[in-house]
Every structure is written in structure tokens, then in C-alpha cells.
Design a protein around this ligand. Structure first.
Ligand SMILES: C[S@@+](CC[C@H](N)C(=O)[O-])C[C@H]1O[C@@H](n2cnc3c(N)ncnc32)[C@H](O)[C@@H]1O
Length: 250
């Protein structure tokens, strides 16, 4: 496939294969939320969490096995300059930091702090923070703005988004837009190769950036494509979003 044909589409594909087709130095920003890696810390999970895990098993395929870190070399190859966000679980922070820092990047640890996490934790801290590592090299210009520069974002858990787009690890659209507004310019090309319900692609579209999305799971791929067209996972058109947009433009 020609590079131009990849742009502004969400592809149903395996990103480890498809990324090889993306030319060197062609992407302005990589924004990914990698499949998390849950490790057993020696704690026995409670009967309740075992039951929830079983109920969600189908939904969690492809989301909890972690990644093959070889994709990081491909990500470096395709970027014009290193400008990259990686949402990851706490168990993936060390490997990810090591890789990018060894490659000469500056980094920040950005967080999403949740005000109402599940209270049942089985002898560990509350799951009320998610981590997003940001890497850049010298020469990547950041846009100014007090809110854009903030390293943290506070909100409730986004249950309504999960219900609307049927993805267990969907990220807040408002936060993704804030990150992209800070680090990219109009028409830039943003790559999300683990695109899930398409949050990055929707953010890019709404901000007049171009995007390439890749998702391996057929169900999530359809949800993401529909979402780009304003249709949620229940088949509802999001007309209210459009009204809000129109009002703010008046
Ligand atoms: C953590 S989720 C991303 C959620 C997304 N940020 C959102 O807001 O909806 C990771 C996604 O990567 C997908 N995935 C896993 N392995 C993949 C692969 N090899 N190629 C493409 N997508 C993959 C999973 O199906 C899952 O939807």
C-alpha cells in the first residue's frame, strides 16, 4: 500500500507487520496505548476479582499480554523527530524508559489521576493513576498554553466512554487532544498502532491533524471506524457533540 493511502484511515491489521510498510522519517508523532502487562506479584486474587476477570476474558484478549518491544525500534525509524507518547502499565515503565533514554530522548511521566477508582484492591494501593510516558528529542517544538503543559489530568473513571465505545481501556478524549495540541501542528501525521476504540484518531481528526490507526481486533476496529463517523457502539449518532461544537463556534 502506498503511504498516502494509509493516511486518515484505521487499518484492520497487525501493527508489527504493517509498521514495516511505513517509510522512514514520515511520522510527526506516535501516540500509543500499549497492551498492558499484568504480572502476578505473589498476591492471590480475590474470588470477586477472579470472577470479574473471567467475565471480561473475551474483552481482554490482546490487551493484557504486553508487547514485543522490537516495535520501539520501528517507531524510532518512522518518526521524523522523536515525539512519542506511550501509555503503559507500571510494569512496562522501566523497559520503555530504558529503551528511549538510551536512544537520547528527554522524557516526562504524565498521569491521569482518577477520583473514583474501584475500592476493592486486595492489599495493594488503589488503581487511581494511569501513566503516559512522553519522549522527545531536541528540536521538537512544543506549543504553549498553561493547561496544555500540565503533566497531570484529573477526572472520574470514564465509565460512560467505556459503555459508549465498548473498550475496556479507552482513554479520555479531552486528555488525548490536550497532549496532541501541545506537541503537534495542523496537518501533522500521527500514528497510533494499537488504536483500540480510535481515541487518538478521533482527537487527530477534530484537531485537523492527519492520522494512521492500526487495530488487530475486528470488533474494536469496527467500533473505531464507526466512532470516526460519529456513531457509537450502540449504533447511536453523536449529534449532541455536533451541536456543542456549533454553539462554541458561534
Ligand atoms: C490499550 S488498548 C488501546 C485503547 C485506546 N487507547 C482507546 O482509547 O480506545 C490496546 C489495543 O491494541 C490492540 N492490539 C493488540 N495487539 C495488536 C497488534 N499486534 N496490532 C494492532 N493492534 C493490536 C488491542 O486489540 C487493543 O484494542
Amino acid at each position: 500500500m502506498k503511504f498516502e493511502e494509509m493516511i486518515n484511515k484505521i487499518h484492520l491489521d497487525d501493527c508489527y507487520e504493517m509498521i514495516k510498510e511505513i517509510p522512514d522519517n514520515s511520522i510527526d508523532c506516535v501516540y500509543i496505548d500499549i497492551p498492558y502487562l499484568f504480572v502476578n506479584n505473589g498476591y492471590q486474587s480475590s474470588p470477586l476479582s477472579q470472577r470479574i476477570k473471567k467475565l471480561r476474558q473475551v474483552d481482554l484478549v490482546g490487551i493484557t499480554e504486553g508487547i514485543d518491544y522490537s516495535i520501539y525500534s520501528e517507531i524510532l525509524r518512522v518518526m521524523k523527530k522523536i515525539n512519542c507518547f506511550i501509555w503503559c502499565s507500571k510494569n512496562q515503565i522501566l523497559d520503555t524508559l530504558n529503551f528511549f533514554v538510551k536512544n537520547g530522548c528527554m522524557f516526562e511521566i504524565l498521569t491521569w489521576n482518577k477520583t473514583n477508582p474501584t475500592p476493592t484492591t486486595n492489599n495493594v494501593f488503589l488503581p487511581d493513576i494511569e501513566y503516559c510516558l512522553y519522549f522527545k528529542e531536541k528540536g521538537v517544538k512544543l506549543n504553549d498554553g498553561y493547561d496544555l503543559k500540565s503533566k497531570w489530568f484529573i477526572s472520574q473513571i470514564n465509565k460512560s466512554d467505556k459503555d459508549k465505545y465498548n473498550h475496556p481501556t479507552i482513554k479520555p478524549l479531552e486528555l488525548v487532544k490536550r497532549h496532541l495540541l501541545h506537541t503537534t501542528q495542523e496537518n501533522d501525521i500521527i500514528l497510533d498502532c494499537f488504536c483500540g476504540s480510535g481515541t487518538t484518531c478521533v482527537a487527530a481528526k477534530e484537531l485537523n491533524r492527519r492520522f494512521i490507526g492500526i487495530e488487530i481486533n475486528e470488533k474494536y476496529h469496527k467500533i473505531a471506524c464507526d466512532r470516526l463517523n460519529g456513531i457509537d457502539a450502540n449504533g447511536q449518532m453523536s449529534i449532541f457533540t455536533d451541536f456543542e461544537k456549533l454553539e462554541s463556534e458561534e
